[in-house]
Design a binder for this molecule. Structure first.
Ligand SMILES: [Zn+2]
Length: 322
């Protein structure tokens, strides 16, 4: 009843802990955003709350399963950041829930989303609860940035890792949702292994337009220096720059693959094919250009001057010498 894509290891492990009754009272689900951590948390809770589980999975039909599906199950309490952080008051509220006694054999779940956003006070307060949780109580902390969490919390949890979803799987999901082949290929490429990202990008016409503009620009290289600087400024001012650089990278990846194989079907950006056919570089030059793109991506994520980095990159890409 819960669809979790390409996380077999995590899902199988959780199912096994139910089957073998080797449950931990504190799980930490971590990995990139939009890969199914929350869905897996709900599936796990439903698996334990279900009145008629099938093969240790929720049936999806009983009253309890329906409550989980409709997000009105009283045994599942979800905590999310209030503004930018999870405050100590939110953890105190959680503690007040713990005072309610449960029936024999009953389970309840506290799911803390974006757990790395707990303030230090909130984390310390939670630690006290984790030391002696009442029976039948499960904590599932979810984070896409486990490095920001206090080691004292992380070390107490059963860690469950979630991986980026492979591009082919995202591509398939998008096609099922009615995306064209070209768009699915492009969106899956820049979604960074996140189904959530891909579904947002699929609906975002602005992103589609930005991608087309970038491809059109690259297809018309080489061009005059003034044009390069103008486009760099445009990117800096109006574009999602990390996404834009992913698109640039994918185009140069296409160039390299096409020159190595000569096969159109290997090309991700099918609308870039005409641009590709007229450009010939030696492989060393292409690798150097891919390196330049990676360098720019890193520099920008490390807060280098963005406009200057984009100008330098585009001038390097425009350079015809090999
Ligand atoms: Zn059920």
């Amino acid at each position: 009843m819960f669809k979790i894509n390409a996380q077999d290891r995590a899902v199988d492990f959780l199912k096994k802990t139910i089957e073998e009754k080797s449950l931990s009272h504190f799980y930490l689900f971590y990995g990139p955003p939009g890969v199914g951590k929350m869905t897996a948390a709900l599936a796990f809770a439903a698996g334990l709350l279900c009145e008629a589980p099938e093969n240790y999975e929720a049936c999806g039909k009983c009253a309890n399963c329906r409550r989980v599906l409709h997000a009105n199950c009283p045994n599942i309490i979800t905590i999310k950041p209030d503004g930018k952080v999870i405050k100590i008051d939110q953890i105190r509220e959680l503690q007040s829930y713990l005072k309610f006694k449960m029936e024999q054999g009953e389970s309840r779940f506290f799911i803390i989303d974006d757990a790395h956003k707990m303030t230090r006070e909130a984390a310390n307060s939670l630690l006290k609860v984790l030391e002696e949780p009442p029976g039948g109580t499960f904590f599932i902390l979810i984070s896409d940035n486990i490095d920001l969490m206090p080691a004292t919390v992380v070390s107490r949890g059963q860690l469950i890792k979630f991986n980026p979803v492979p591009r082919s799987v995202i591509d398939e999901i998008l096609r099922e949702k009615g995306c064209s082949k070209e768009k699915a290929a492009a969106v899956s490429l820049v979604s960074r292994g996140s189904v959530g990202n891909a579904l947002t990008l699929m609906e975002d016409e602005e992103v589609v337009a930005q991608r087309e503009n970038i491809i059109a620009f690259l297809a018309h290289l080489p061009t005059r220096r003034a044009k390069i600087l103008e486009f760099a400024a445009e990117l800096d001012a109006n574009y999602d720059v990390p996404l834009g650089l992913d698109i640039v990278f994918s185009c140069y990846r296409d160039l390299l693959v096409w020159q190595a194989t000569g096969k159109d079907k290997m090309i991700i950006n099918q609308d870039f094919i005409d641009g590709i056919r007229k450009r010939v570089f030696c492989p060393g030059t292409l690798l150097k250009k891919l390196d330049d793109i990676i360098y720019a991506q890193r520099a920008i994520s490390n807060n280098a001057n963005r406009l200057l980095t984009l100008e330098t990159l585009l001038l390097n890409l425009n350079d015809q010498s090999s």
